[in-house]
Design a protein around this ligand. Sequence first.
Ligand code: PLP
Length: 470
Amino acid sequence: MSTSALETVPVGGPTLPQERRLVTAIPGPASQALLERKAAAVSAGVGHTVPIEAVAAGGGVVVDADGNSLIDLGSGIAVTTVGNAHPAVVAAVQAQVAQFTHTCFMISPYESYVGVAEALNRLTPGSHAKKSALFNSGAEAVENAVKIARKHTGRSAVVAFDHAYHGRTNLTMALTAKSMPYKSGFGPFAGEVYRAPVSYPFRDGLSGPEAAARAISQIEKQVGADNLAAVIIEPILGEGGFIVPAEGFLAELVDWCRANGVVFIADEVQTGFARTGAMFASELFGIVPDLITTAKGIAGGLPLAAVTGRAEIMDASHLGGLGGTYGGNPIACAAALATIESFEQEDMARRADHIGGVLRGRLEAIQARDPRLGDIRGRGAMVAAEFVDPETGAPDAALATTVAKACIAEGVIVLTCGTYGNVMRFLPPLSIGDDLLHEAMDILDQELTAAEAGTAPTLAGDDAPRPDAD
Ligand SMILES: *Cc1c(COP(=O)(O)O)cnc(C)c1O
């Protein structure tokens, strides 16, 4: 960023004016200049969804270098759940960064890492003895959960599900279902990964127990419980389309795993930390996973991830088998402790439920007169609309893309997802005000009408296909 731009940068956090404000087309000239530098300097493989240069964020808005203020319904993919530049997180980070920035926990341990582990052991479902280990990213947490499960069981196979998303590293690409854009051309992938059918009530029409029986039968026939170290699943599937499994599906899978000595891993990287109206989505389904992976919302925007679970499983590794140079970095841990305290003190789970109520109410009202919204689903502040052809029920990805781009052009940050690319997902920070939520839904309503009339605005200079977010 240039010096002149620096002088005009507004301070982020909740004091930022909470308004949608468009002073240029999106992207404006300053943003366009950065995107040109990006195209020249940054690998073409790294996409972006919202063509702006972000300079500040907080409450429920993101401000760009041209002075536009966009309503944030994405939270940087479910990360700034507590709010962007939350004052408690800022203070904790500032204090820690002045104290020390790194020792490597494997060299010289420090208190905040242990404090985060204690908090995770206390907050995750189940009253059994638990332990945690900290890492840098969701994918790294998933990799380590699989390592731990294999070491504990002495078995090697892992089952993941249709529509799953678990990351972009080699093992997590293998676990992830969707080829484009996550896997195509990047193989060969890690071995001993098998895929089972998930419960997708809108599309399979099966009850939870029926869908569980289908998955378990396939696992028994194609893998065999004796070979299986772990089953890994997102309690609500994220990138794959915010799919909420039918009641009973997860509980029956957990029972089967327990009866067969298989480690049940809940990947709560996207669903964790008050997002779904509970601290962890597993609670909504009454399940107690053996291991839980967390990241995204854990530290108010700083990179941190964790594996938490049954002490006897977490202790399966030999000394020195787990770790990493930066895992549980002290600045990220300080941010996580402040974030977790804010979740608890500010009763963020209730706020997530309230936000979900507002979004679902508005979306269901639109759905009542617009059959292109085939399904409205989600829990808490993790809400999605699946767009379909009203005649056939076939996924309508073009509509989702058109409406998402039009919303962004009108100053509302929305993300899409889904195996078929036809799902619009809403993940606002829990610090957003109701007025902004309603305004964003007004824009969505307007752009759905515009899309039907073929008059939806597009993003200037945007002719590349819209890259999926995670
Ligand atoms: C985002 C995500 C990951 C990967 O997390 P990174 O921090 O991007 O590595 C893994 N699992 C789920 C469910 C996710 O949503």
